[in-house]
Ligand binder design. Structure first.
Ligand code: UD1
Length: 424
């Protein structure tokens, strides 16, 4: 059997400029939001990543016609008057963000069947807030043969919804349902990630009436109809943050363009504490590092706190720092699973619940490792950049889910990396 791998030879200093595409976590939600209006939605600055393909397939099965032009990063989605209402398991299991069709389909069709992502049951931790919010708006939920089934025969109505924690997915599903509901919905303790702001901006262009955008209280006055629009996806702050860490750990100098640096305020401050010099411009920033990093304490929190999606990359930074630091993961405990792989590269890591104590080593030591999720995968490639020898990262399909042209971008910055096939 053959397996695609990245072979990374450590020791290069990264320098140059890299452009980040639109954010995965925005593009996917904007794609689902296109279902809210019959007509042609045009998305620009869409990243060339595997998850966009999966979402395009899902929309196609729902009756939309999706045309992707990779050469100019655009996506045209033609949505018919009547759309399907079922999201199949084979797609949902490949991409959890498929759950984001829940709000738009329920709003348009008043019925939706979405396969539950693996391990989830009705009312379980993963989607309980989505269900509670939509139930308050008049939907009735059941689960049947692995599918979450929602019906709102009388349509949805506005409601006051308090989220226990500011969940990104729950905020988005409630928002996309509320835009076509009768009356006013208020989401309190809403998530306010830049990708949610992007979604609200597109919805308002479509004719929605959303206020409180970017705050933790969002109010939505439902309208009867939305109109398809054109929208440019916000730059990917997580990809940008990944390049920033890559520059810092290789003691390089990299300018990252295509992102709003204010979306990365805390991670960039952490890099400064690690010893990096950062220059900020309007839609770009430069990271320059000339020393071994200082250790930096990290606590992940909903935006504007430190993003959990950059936690693995900062563990890599701490693994070669000149001291020890604690990294606390408050959103997804499973995110520490990748540390077992990082330990194979010689990193000194002690896990205790949702804390990881990282003791910096002078250098990591190359070994074969396996990517288990998109951010862990990127972090393991970064670790390979600072390991002695050739690190072979398998499971690259995870990295393809979120990073467009990862290898060619790294190569253009001076890294030695190739994508190849290996027998296993
Ligand atoms: C999104 C992002 C993901 C990011 C995360 C947090 C996408 C496709 N994914 O995921 O990259 O890491 O935000 O910034 O945009 N929770 C519940 N009940 C719910 C919903 C969530 O308990 O009903 C819990 C989750 O298990 C998790 C926490 O809340 O522990 C945060 O989840 P959430 O903000 O919803 O993340 P996602 O939208 O899944």
């Amino acid at each position: 059997m053959e397996n695609e791998v990245f072979k990374v030879t450590g020791g290069s200093r990264l320098s140059g400029q890299v452009h980040v595409p639109g954010a995965k976590n925005s593009a996917l939600k904007l794609m689902t939001a296109s279902l809210l209006a019959a007509g042609t939605t045009q998305l620009e600055n869409v990243p060339d990543i595997a998850d966009v393909e999966i979402m395009a397939e899902l929309l196609t099965r729902l009756g939309a016609q999706v045309n992707r032009d990779i050469s100019n990063s655009t996506l045209e989605i033609k949505v018919p008057e009547n759309i399907g209402h079922r999201a199949d398991y084979d797609l949902v299991r490949r991409m959890r963000a498929s759950i984001n069709v829940l709000g738009p389909i329920l709003a348009r069709c008043h019925e939706v069947d979405v396969a539950l992502p693996g391990g989830d049951e009705i009312g379980s931790r993963g989607v309980d807030m989505h269900i509670a919010g939509l139930t308050k708006m008049g939907a009735e939920f059941n689960s049947d043969h692995g599918y979450l089934i929602a019906r709102a025969p009388k349509g949805l109505h506005g409601a006051r919804i308090w989220l226990d924690i500011p969940s990104v997915g729950a905020t988005e599903n409630i928002l996309t349902a509320a835009v076509l509901a009768k009356g006013e919905t208020v989401i309190e303790n809403a998530a306010r990630e830049p990708e949610i702001v992007d979604l609200c901006l597109m919805l308002n262009k479509m004719g929605a009436q959303i206020s409180g955008i970017g705050t933790n209280t969002i109010s939505i006055i439902g309208v009867t109809k939305l109109t398809a629009t054109t929208h440019e996806v916000v730059g990917d702050r997580i990809v940008a943050g990944t390049w920033a860490v890559a520059a810092a750990i290789t003691q390089g100098e990299v300018t990252v363009t295509g992102v709003n640096p204010t979306h990365l305020q805390i991670p960039l401050e952490k890099l400064m504490s690690a010893g990096a010099q950062i220059e900020i411009a309007n839609d770009s920033f430069t990271v320059r590092m000339t020393q071994r990093p200082n250790p930096v304490e990290i606590v992940t929190l909903p935006y504007p706190g430190f993003p959990t999606d950059l936690q693995p990359q900062f563990i890599v930074l701490n693994s070669i720092a000149n001291g020890a630091a604690m990294v606390t993961e408050n959103l997804f405990e499973a995110r520490f699973r990748f540390t077992q792989e990082l330990a194979r590269l010689g990193a000194d890591l002690q896990i205790d619940g949702h804390h990881c104590l990282v003791k910096g080593r002078l250098q990591l030591s190359a070994a074969p490792v396996e990517a288990t999720d998109v951010r862990a995968g990127a972090a393991l490639v970064l670790a390979g950049l600072i390991a002695d020898g050739v690190t072979v990262v398998s499971g690259v399909s995870h990295i393809d889910r979120g990073y467009a042209n990862f290898v060619s971008n790294l190569t253009s910055l001076g890294a030695t990396i190739e994508r190849t096939r290996e027998s296993i």
